[in-house]
Design a protein around this ligand. Structure first.
Ligand SMILES: Cc1cc2nc3c(=O)[nH]c(=O)nc-3n(C[C@H](O)[C@H](O)[C@H](O)COP(=O)(O)OP(=O)(O)OC[C@H]3O[C@@H](n4cnc5c(N)ncnc54)[C@H](O)[C@@H]3O)c2cc1C
Length: 383
């Protein structure tokens, strides 16, 4: 029990922990080894009413906030990283962008179906030629009557093979830099839009990653979120809050590794007793537990700021940076505690060790989080 969670959040945690243990954990190995999209798990989360969490009821969501979403993501990630990636992308990247920037008609068209899990969402910013430097994106959108005509390629797009609603960032004129970027919603069956799966990921293997190819693809101007040229600030706003979700996912990954290491250390016998009695092992567990708790506190602060509508860019960058890198340290130690057993599939720590790695890369690499944090420090010192 965490003292900062409300009774309702503890109830939510219990419900999701039960669902995770019964419906998500048993399929986690299959999801990983077969690169199997967790469709049934997402349907189950939709059935529990959790796919619209953190999205205002007026916008067609289920209400609640990022603190609630944090509870859910931790529990799911503790048993299956891939499912937590699919969930975080669907809610925090895709549905949230539409919910925050869409007009009434757009909310009505897309949010209720997304909140019910009937249509899965994706978010497409990255391209083969540019990732961290998103200003350089080159997928073009040229207006022709009531449509934009799109040409270009996005890559590394999570959920793509299962998604039906894609938030896509395009440029009308690269020379305008951020002022030329817009956010459009592209529906899956749009002519000129194709999806090419990208296989062979190190971890999060069930999360379905693909290239999106736009070839003279006509998208109605009515699908634009916000005004023309507002896309870059829409993307940054989404990422600022969505990083809280990745931090929460990392807490789950780290906790899953810690739980497995603690259980293993109390059962594995060496030199006449359980290895947990060796101080070197027990201290590893202590360090792991401390890092999980620190990450949870930082993430809770960032989630609370998002929910209160207060500035949270630096705090969410700090939470994502710390939670992802500490999850890496925790996964490393958890595998060490398992000895050779941890190096083989289907050990959960072997999977978490691989799943964790991308959390230091997607939604802004650790270097980009440090850039956000240091820029705020330097700007503060200069004013
Ligand atoms: C499994 C997976 C899923 C993903 N899902 C999505 C998705 O759903 N939607 C989406 O749009 N994108 C997605 N991405 C893309 C992800 O966000 C990018 O990979 C990430 O932003 C980094 O971009 P890049 O790979 O082009 O690396 P680059 O930007 O080329 O960076 C390469 C290296 O240079 C460093 N670097 C770059 N600029 C600086 C700088 N100014 N200062 C210091 N260091 C710097 C980086 O930190 C990194 O170490 C996904 C990626 C992966 C691997």
């Amino acid at each position: 029990m965490q003292p900062f969670y409300t009774e309702q959040q503890e109830l939510l945690r219990n419900t999701v922990a039960g669902f995770a243990a019964n419906e998500v954990a048993p399929l986690a190995i299959e999801v990983d080894t077969e690169e199997k999209f967790p469709k049934r798990q997402m349907e189950g989360l939709g059935g529990l009413g959790l796919l619209g969490l953190s999205i205002a009821e007026e916008a067609g969501g289920a209400g609640g906030g990022y603190k609630d979403l944090m509870v859910v993501l931790e529990e799911i990630a503790a048993v299956c990283g891939s499912t937590s990636t699919v969930l975080a992308t669907h809610i925090s990247l895709s549905a949230q962008t539409i919910a925050k920037s869409g007009n009434e008609d757009q909310l009505r068209r897309w949010i209720p179906d997304m909140a019910a899990g009937k249509r899965i969402g994706a978010f497409a910013l990255t391209e083969p030629g540019t990732g961290s430097d998103a200003l350089m994106l080159s997928t073009t959108a040229v207006q022709d009557g009531d449509d934009y005509v799109l040409n270009g390629t996005k890559h590394f797009i999570t959920n793509a093979e299962a998604a039906e609603i894609f938030v896509v960032f395009v440029t009308h004129d690269k020379a305008l830099r951020y002022k030329g970027i817009s956010a459009l919603v592209v529906e899956r069956d749009t002519p000129g839009f194709s999806i090419v799966p990208q296989h062979g990921k190190m971890g999060m293997r069930g999360s379905s990653t693909a290239e999106l190819i736009f070839d003279e693809c006509r998208v109605p101007v009515a699908n634009r979120l916000g005004e023309e040229g507002q896309g870059y600030s829409i993307a940054l706003k989404t990422l600022d809050s969505s990083r809280v979700s990745i931090a929460a996912q990392c807490i789950g990954l780290a906790r899953g590794a810690l739980d497995a290491a603690t259980t293993y250390a109390t059962q594995r016998v060496a030199f006449g007793g359980p290895i947990a009695e060796k101080q070197a092992v027990a201290f590893m567990l202590a360090d792991m537990a401390t890092e999980v708790d620190a990450a949870r506190l930082m993430t809770y602060r960032a989630a609370a700021l998002v929910d209160a509508g207060l500035p949270h860019g630096v705090e969410s960058a700090m939470a994502k940076l710390y939670a992802s890198e500490s999850a890496g340290r925790v996964a490393h130690k958890a595998l060490q505690v398992h000895g050779g057993t941890g190096y083989f599939q289907p050990s959960i720590v072997e999977r978490i060790y691989r799943d964790q790695r991308v959390t230091e890369i997607y939604e802004g690499t650790s270097e980009i989080q440090r850039l956000v944090i240091s820029r705020a420090l330097i700007d503060g010192a200069n004013t």
